[in-house]
Design a binder for this molecule. Structure first.
Ligand SMILES: CC(C)(COP(=O)(O)OP(=O)(O)OC[C@H]1O[C@@H](n2cnc3c(N)ncnc32)[C@H](O)[C@@H]1OP(=O)(O)O)[C@@H](O)C(=O)NCCC(=O)NCCS
Length: 220
């Protein structure tokens, strides 16, 4: 995969009517860490320089490059990606137009999504989780449907994606976001309040597997 040139549109993992996904693999991000002036604004560069560990710098950069690829507009270094106080990322395009984005990183690299409405993505390596971890995020009803490590990580990423879409004013109880049969969502507590505040939109979920890791996209 060659994606080193800033402004290049690839690699774009997917384009749909509702959102676009961009990718930056870990190896590429590691190579670009010291040659990223074509990708970052001055403020982004300052954030990168303030990050403590090499891993965090690589993950952070991979997420920014992936999101800028997903946006697919203008020159990457003219797009500013920042985080709101909640941690939610957003992009500001030249001229001040704001775009909804979401970012995730895992061992394989960074994943970014862009949409005209709120969006959430998560990308997580498939592995077996302990019952204690599963109990932390899955309701008893959901636990009954988990047959494999892929089932577990798909459920986990789905919830993290919906969490990122709903984003603000949430506590961190992922069991407030429950996945029922046939991909239907049931929300409770803060997640329900936030959804009502957003105007009770119909939240949809897409899933995939890439580089041995589950991807979930929550969108409207
Ligand atoms: C915020 C959270 C969703 C991040 O998910 P993660 O799996 O740890 O990490 P990911 O790589 O997938 O995502 C990180 C990105 O999420 C985004 N993010 C952070 N807070 C966010 C928020 N409130 N809303 C939307 N996106 C957010 C950021 O863009 C961040 O990347 P950046 O700091 O480089 O910009 C997660 O830590 C969290 O708090 N989840 C709530 C439920 C929970 O408790 N989960 C268990 C955590 S152990």
């Amino acid at each position: 995969m060659n994606g080193h040139k800033a402004g290049q549109r690839e690699p774009l993992l997917s384009a749909s009517a509702n959102y676009r996904l961009g990718l930056c693999l870990a190896q590429e991000a590691a190579e670009l860490l010291h040659h990223c002036s074509d990708w970052l604004t001055d403020s982004e560069r300052a954030v990168l320089d303030s990050l403590k560990t090499e891993k965090r710098r690589r993950d952070w950069l991979a997420g920014r490059i992936a999101a800028k690829r997903a946006l697919g507009e203008g020159q990457p270094k003219d797009i500013e990606i920042a985080n709101a106080e909640s941690g939610r990322p957003y992009a500001e395009l030249p001229g001040g137009r704001k775009m909804n984005i979401s970012i995730s990183h895992c061992e394989a690299g960074g994943l970014g999504a862009a949409a005209s409405s709120v969006i959430g993505v998560d990308w997580e390596a498939i592995r077996t989780q302990t019952p204690a971890v599963i109990g932390y995020y899955a309701t008893a009803r959901e636990q009954e449907s988990l047959r494999s490590p892929e089932d577990q990580i798909r459920l986990w990423t789905a919830k993290e994606a919906v969490f990122k879409l709903l984003s603000e004013e949430l506590n961190h109880d992922l069991r407030e976001i429950e996945l029922l049969a046939a991909g239907k969502l049931s929300l409770s507590g803060q997640a329900l309040k936030r959804w009502e505040k957003l105007g009770r939109p119909s939240i949809r979920l897409d899933h995939g597997v890439y580089a041995g890791a589950c991807i979930s996209v929550a969108y409207i």
